[in-house]
Write a new protein. Structure first.
Length: 115
């Protein structure tokens, strides 16, 4: 079973930045679509950003212009650059990769934005 590993979370003040990383060992990473999800406290999980194998990206409206998803296929790693963070961005952020019927998750990394 493939286990993705997220890192880079932490506690920051509003307006600050974080960069999350997601390592996907042992798979043909370049063919997978990568998704970043988040689960805010007391709320349902939501998809935040997606990058396809063709490097096409999509974002939810609330993070457009602030978050950037990217990937480095040579390192089997995806990133989520988060700028101008807001308290409402506080959540556990989870990485997901999928290709056809293959679907793998990480355990998440906590992001807390508070003054």
């Amino acid at each position: 079973q493939v286990q993705l590993v997220e890192s880079g979370g932490g506690l920051v003040q509003p307006g600050e930045s974080l960069r999350l990383s997601c390592v996907a060992p042992g798979i043909a990473f370049k063919i997978y679509t990568v998704n970043w999800y988040r689960r805010p406290p007391g709320r349902e999980r939501e998809i935040v950003a997606t990058i396809g194998s063709d490097n096409m990206t999509t974002y939810i409206d609330s993070v457009k212009g602030r978050f950037t998803i990217s990937r480095d296929n040579t390192k089997n790693t995806a990133y989520l650059q988060m700028d101008s963070l807001k308290p409402e961005d506080t959540a556990v952020y989870l990485c997901n990769v999928n290709y056809m019927r293959l679907n793998y998750w990480g355990r998440g990394t906590q992001v807390s934005v508070s003054s």
